[in-house]
Design a protein around this ligand. Structure first.
Ligand SMILES: Cc1cc2nc3c(=O)[nH]c(=O)nc-3n(C[C@H](O)[C@H](O)[C@H](O)COP(=O)(O)OP(=O)(O)OC[C@H]3O[C@@H](n4cnc5c(N)ncnc54)[C@H](O)[C@@H]3O)c2cc1C
Length: 471
């Protein structure tokens, strides 16, 4: 069998020439596009789906973490992240009181409302997110291209010139001064020749994915983060394991066969006014490679089999869910981890745990180390942080490729550090930093990797971002 075929050379039409091209419209991409457009640049944003939001809207991740303060009492979700999430929350009929911290009790630290480090989630309605993001992009003048896939970088040596795209219109090109890769998987940076890693340093295995689904008639106590235990009510809900026994019984009866791993069941409300509609996180897709099409396909198939088992389990074993029914399965498996692109700095577990400060800080991280087990059957390891850490601009600058930045979960860091910086609010903020850096580079006529970090931080501070007050 032939291993390769040669594609014939052909002329490709140029659909747009722009200042800044953002590939991928997830949390990072929307932060990047809005920041660059608000700085007066021509911005094209391309997205594979017909809507923005990334994992929030294509995988149903609707609990936004990171709502904490730094040691000086300043909020850590700031800038475009704060603007977008609070607006979507308002439109979802709720406010931040909706989800109390699940960790504040254990650590006896005040919650976000009280100005402290206690971890805090804010639930939003993903459909509302789509609408708010459309509106924001139109207001900022971002040129959107939906149903459009960024396939390959256009290179001149090691300098990126734009990207080949594919859509219903066929294969076309977009030329740009600067490209920002916000694909989550670092597709463009990887194909431009940037070095990358996947998964655990020892095994290469990534954190598992999860296929979320929505149930109606879930009559569980309103606004709990997880379906926690009455008999362990002194523990924060995520630590309760009320259903361990029931899950074991269901396994013995052959009712849960698709998923051999330790399971937890988190059921978050989507709309403040209706706690009976829950987005459920109860599946685990272990050992998947989100950059491989066969692996992704297998994950979707297994995910949907797990959903069926999970709904049956809820109806049989969870009091209040006897009448629950499956309303909706998310469009795709949520991907916690895939490629991390090597940048000029590699953020490490030690940096995160020690609260490391950097001169070129563009985002202050605080989310706990939430390491879903990549290789074993155990669920996850959680480490609360005692202080925020800095994400340096250099982690957004891939080594060896010019005029390219990355933002979101594919920035430069190790497997453990990613377990913190991957959360939605941090991704929006690294996106905002990348968009702002790209605008600064064009204004100061320099390569984006050489942008003056003082000027960049000043711009971010003017836009309301907390980037630390000097090291
Ligand atoms: C199961 C699960 C639970 C999670 N729980 C939480 C949580 O409770 N709180 C929290 O804050 N975070 C949580 N996260 C993490 C968070 O959702 C992600 O890390 C975050 O969304 C990453 O943002 P991103 O913009 O980097 O990538 P993504 O959200 O993956 O967005 C990438 C976007 O790029 C598009 N795209 C990809 N490739 C291309 C291409 N080649 N061309 C064009 N478009 C492309 C995709 O369609 C997508 O819209 C969770 C994630 C998962 C999977």
């Amino acid at each position: 069998m032939r291993q390769t075929v040669r594609e014939a050379a052909r002329e490709i039409p140029v659909r747009w020439t722009t200042d800044i091209l953002v590939c991928g419209g997830g949390p990072a991409g929307v932060g990047a596009a809005l920041a660059a457009a608000r700085a007066g640049k021509r911005v094209v944003l391309i997205e594979s789906y017909g809507f923005l939001g990334g994992a929030v809207t294509n995988a149903g991740i609707n609990g936004i973490g990171g709502w904490q303060h730094d040691l000086d009492g300043r909020p850590l979700v700031t800038g475009i992240a704060q603007e977008l999430i609070t607006e979507v929350s308002r439109e979802s009929g709720g406010d931040m009181e909706q989800v109390r911290s699940v960790f504040a009790h254990r650590h006896q630290r005040p919650t976000y409302r009280e100005g402290g480090l206690g971890c805090y989630w804010l639930n939003i309605n993903p459909s509302m997110m789509k609408i708010v993001l459309d509106r924001k992009m139109e207001a900022a003048g971002v040129q959107l291209l939906y149903h459009c896939h960024a396939v390959y970088p256009i290179m001149d040596g090691n300098v990126i010139q734009g990207v080949y795209i594919e859509s219903k219109s066929g294969r076309e090109a977009i030329l740009a001064e600067i490209v920002i890769d916000c694909t989550g998987d670092g597709d463009i940076a990887f194909r431009a020749g940037a070095e990358s890693w996947m998964g655990e340093e020892e095994t290469g295995l990534c954190q598992p994915g999860s296929l979320l689904f929505t149930v109606a008639h879930a009559d569980v106590p309103p606004l709990n983060y997880s379906l926690g235990a009455e008999d362990e009510s002194h523990l924060p809900p995520l630590e309760r394991n009320r259903y361990a026994g029931a899950i074991q019984r269901a396994r013995q009866r052959g009712e849960i066969v698709e998923n051999p791993n330790e399971l937890f069941c988190a059921a978050t409300p989507i709309q403040a006014s209706d706690p009976h509609i829950r987005s459920v996180n109860f599946t685990r897709l272990q050992k998947i490679d989100a950059t491989d099409v066969e692996s992704l396909t297998a994950a979707e198939l297994s995910g949907r089999r797990q959903v069926l088992e999970a709904v049956s389990f809820m109806r049989r074993y969870i009091r209040g869910c006897e009448e629950a029914y499956l309303l909706y399965i998310q469009p795709q498996v949520g991907i916690r981890e895939s490629r991390r692109i090597r940048g000029e700095y590699v953020l490490t577990k030690e940096d995160v745990l020690s609260g490391k400060r950097f001169e070129d800080c563009v985002c202050r991280g605080i989310y706990l180390l939430d390491i879903h087990n990549a290789s074993g059957v155990a669920n996850s390891t959680l480490h609360m942080l005692d202080q925020p850490y800095d994400i340096p601009f250099r982690a957004l600058v891939p080594c060896g490729v010019e005029n390219l930045l990355v933002a979101g979960r594919c920035i430069s860091g190790d497997h453990t550090a990613l377990a913190s910086y991957r959360i939605i609010s941090h991704c929006i903020q690294t996106g905002q930093a990348a968009g702002t850096a790209a605008a600064e580079a064009l204004d100061s006529h320099m390569r984006v990797r050489n942008v003056d970090s003082t000027a960049l931080k000043r711009r971010l501070e003017e836009a309301g971002c907390n980037v630390g007050s000097g090291v």
